[in-house]
Ligand binder design. Structure first.
Ligand code: ATP
Length: 343
């Protein structure tokens, strides 16, 4: 459906998007994820035709998009500040989306009703935009973007301004809706939770380049670099020397998965792999945080930097308690080095 070959966007000397290859298959939901300023929005704008590319090629359905204006690309856009028309009612906003398809100014009542039903706002046609909550406005913007049945729907921080609880609910709804409709989606977000909940595949960007692309599970289980690991919120990353299935680390010996590269490496231990035991590395519990399904612990080991661990709710130690931990190799990742990226 969508293909980017070596796409770069430069502002002056600076490549904000730098030689990016990317494919989105029909019916696929791809989320571009990355820190602020990594070039996500610029990439999306280049695909939409809102931003000229400095090098490379964007093809949609096999057709080169060079010189094709935004309104002829057949893409739907929903941006962070969802830009509803404040003076039109909800129905008028959604009908605008339908007219974008070239259906003329005729009555679109039935389709508007159907679209509002779809986004969970049945019967809202006559409501004023100003009377809607943030989440409701987001749904109207979505109905308007879906109205012309775009071959590719592009979302830029679609839930960016909403509070966390609402975002978590909406993201599940969106995922279900897109899957039901078979919509092809390219979305941009800086929120990994959102990306992981929505996407079939995530693309992590760093300084205009693709740092890793894969399914949420692949990226979560096997971060391709220390940058990706830290971006995902993993803090247990240390230098290590790997030999014979064991890594020598500041926390002592840590078993690594079979087949891990040997020699001087960077090592990630996911918190789930730091297990409370009778006998092992001795630590003091600095803090504990209830996370619903488990307890997150911050530990101060007798050697090495602080360690993040997880344990069950029952019998979780308290701040100040002394515990011992061991490590589970399945949760240990020997990280590929970030070539030339200054880490
Ligand atoms: N029109 C422009 N002229 C010059 N620099 C720009 C322009 N648009 C964006 N940039 C710069 O390009 C870089 C990438 O911006 P972009 O908005 O694509 O990042 P982003 O990853 O979407 O960030 P955020 O998550 O904060 O929206 C930023 O440093 C930004 O300042």
């Amino acid at each position: 459906m969508l293909r980017l070959d070596g796409v770069s966007v430069r502002f002056g000397e600076r490549a904000v998007v730098d030689d990016v290859d990317l494919e989105v298959a029909e019916h696929e939901i791809v989320c571009v994820l990355g820190p602020s300023g990594s070039g996500k929005s610029t990439l999306l704008r280049a695909v939409a035709g809102l931003q000229p590319v400095s090098a490379g090629r964007v093809t949609l359905g096999g057709a080169d998009q060079a010189g094709v204006p935004v309104h002829r690309r057949g893409v739907g856009l929903m941006f962070q500040d969802h830009q509803l028309f404040p003076h039109r009612d909800v129905g008028g906003n959604v009908a605008f989306g339908l007219r974008m398809r070239g259906g003329g100014r005729g009555s679109h009542d039935a389709q508007v009703a159907e679209l509002l039903e779809l986004v969970g706002l049945p019967g809202a046609q006559d409501r004023a935009v100003a009377s809607l909550s943030g989440g409701e406005q987001q749904r109207v913007a979505l109905a308007r973007a879906l109205a012309p049945s775009p071959r590719l729907l592009m979302l830029d921080e679609p839930l960016g301004q909403l509070d966390r609880g609402l975002r978590e609910r909406l993201v599940v709804e969106l995922q279900g809706l897109f899957t039901r409709l078979g919509t092809t989606v390219l979305a941009v977000t800086h929120d990994q939770g959102e990306a992981f909940a929505l996407a079939d595949r995530v693309v992590v960007m760093r300084d205009g380049r693709v740092a890793q692309a894969g399914t949420p599970l692949e990226v979560w289980q096997r971060p391709a670099s220390e940058f990706v690991a830290r971006f995902l919120g993993f803090e247990n990353v240390v230098p290590a020397v790997v030999a014979g299935g064991v890594a020598g680390t500041p926390w002592g010996k840590v078993p690594v998965p079979a087949g891990s590269p040997e020699g001087g490496q960077r090592l990630l231990i996911r918190p789930a792999g730091v297990v409370l035991t009778e006998d092992g590395l001795r630590c003091e519990v600095v803090s504990r945080t209830f996370r619903g399904t488990h307890v997150a612990l911050l530990l101060r080991p007798e050697t090495g930097p602080p360690l993040e661990a997880e344990c069950g709710l029952a019998g979780a130690p308290a701040a100040g308690d002394r515990v011992a931990v061991s490590f589970t190799p399945a949760e240990v990742v020997v990280l590929p080095t970030d070539c030339g990226r200054g880490d």
